[in-house]
Write a protein of this length. Structure first.
Length: 252
């Protein structure tokens, strides 16, 4: 945790942010000219390190005019479609700096309210929960949901396992066997823009007329819960994989 008496930066958060943008680049998400991005962080040093890392990426010229990187002051009156919040708080950060981040409600307010579409948090959940004040409350809220990389994968079939491999390759966030009311999704998939999808991998049991009617009723209920339903024929995962990848890559 490199720091001075008044600033600090977190290399892991910079690297993870670049990783996220790389995954969006693979999805061709960065090329959508109407989408604006923002990265907000409490410290100028983190802002400077983030800009240096971004400037080295092959896709930088594509998004530099649609990306704001800065502290809360840089976003006054300005909104972005996608926000990334980098709190910097981690083990080794001085108590005074940590307390300052935790107590600055303006920082969290900007991170949350300036995101028109979705907000992504890149940080140390454990240390943020220990920080106290506003940051601790926010971290507790985040911890009450589903966190990328912290759910044990379970699959009901080889086709679902193959679907997970495709989602990993494409770079989309997902949770397998996700419970929603009386249903269970094969995959909850969330796009970079925050759109939620129920992705179903349909094997032989879904090919009968009766099961199709049951699935149609189920899908209408799920859509009323504000999910988009996508059904993939399990045969296509193995026989027409390129078509499946192309379809999934267009999710936004």
């Amino acid at each position: 945790m490199p720091k001075s008496s008044r600033s600090a930066w977190n290399e892991a958060e910079v690297s993870k942010t670049i990783e996220i943008f790389n995954s969006w680049y693979k999805l061709d998400f960065l090329s959508q000219q109407d989408i604006r991005f923002g990265i907000v962080t409490p410290f100028r040093l983190q802002m400077e390190k983030m800009k240096q890392a971004l400037n080295k990426q092959p896709w930088w010229d594509e998004i530099k005019d649609r990306l704001i990187v800065g502290t809360a002051h840089a976003f006054q009156g300005d909104e972005c479609d996608i926000m990334i919040f980098s709190p910097v708080v981690a083990r080794g950060l001085g108590k005074n700096l940590c307390r300052w981040v935790a107590d600055t409600d303006q920082l969290l307010n900007v991170a949350i309210t300036r995101a028109r579409g979705a907000m992504h948090v890149v940080g140390d959940l454990h240390e943020c929960r220990l920080a106290g004040s506003y940051l601790s409350e926010f971290a507790e809220y985040v911890a009450s949901g589903n966190i990328a990389g912290q759910t044990e994968a379970r699959f009901d079939s080889p086709a679902e396992e193959h679907m997970a491999d495709i989602l990993d390759e494409i770079g989309l966030w997902y949770l397998p066997q996700y419970p929603e009311g009386r249903y269970r999704f094969d995959f909850l998939v969330v796009s970079p823009f925050g759109t939620r999808y129920d992705l179903e991998v349909d094997g032989r049991g879904h090919w009968t007329a009766e099961q199709m009617r049951i699935d149609e009723v189920r899908d209408k209920v799920v859509e009323e819960l504000e999910y988009n339903v996508i059904r993939i024929d399990a045969r296509d995962l193995f026989n027409r994989e390129d078509i499946v990848k192309a379809r999934i890559s267009r999710l936004s």
